[in-house]
Design a protein around this ligand. Sequence first.
Ligand code: ADP
Ligand code: MG
Length: 208
Amino acid sequence: MDTDLARTWVQAIAAAVEKHKDHLTQLDSAIGDADHGVNMHRGFSAATTALADYEADTPGSVLAKTGNTLISSVGGASGPLYGGAFRAIGKALDTPTADTRQFAAALAAGLASVQKLGAAAPGDKTMIDAYAPALATFQQQADAGADFAAAALAAADAAEKGMRTTTPMQARKGRASYLGARSIGHQDPGATSTALIFRALAETVVAR
Ligand code: ADP
Ligand code: MG
């Protein structure tokens, strides 16, 4: 991971969010307030705009800028949660390049931020149910000596698998938890956007 790749990753997330905006909103209309697509689109559009004339010399500064922009531009729960995660990832990448192990540690800091702020655990039907398996997979790959692309691809697959496991879960955090058992049978919007974020990483790295 380097500064250019971080920029391209954020642009790829923005493109994926734009493409899947209506789907994210549909998912949020079933168990939330129908704004997740709008929130993500607003946040990542603002991030790409903010990065366009932002001079950065580390991937960390790109990702921290992204996090700050998400926090200041998104009103929903996902803004501070993703914003804090990108800030934490950025803070952990304060070097011109980061290898697979360093990036694994940064992703772990991002998840810790989400958990600190949102107090959700795996199984609560949130973005964590995609993020935690993606991180675990990325870490395993890094520990096994895999290259960045292989780790990112495996993590994207794990995020998508985790995303699908949210459907039968009953929500215990966020707006969906107000529905109680009626939240069962719907895929979580935030887990879905997390899967997009990891897929965008894999595609960005592979395309390079
Ligand atoms: P809001 O719920 O404020 O409308 P969004 O619709 O943008 O915000 O985001 C909803 C998503 O945020 C949920 O699908 C869930 O994945 C995630 N989320 C909500 N609360 C939490 C939490 N406490 N911890 C982790 N993720 C959460
Ligand atoms: Mg919502």
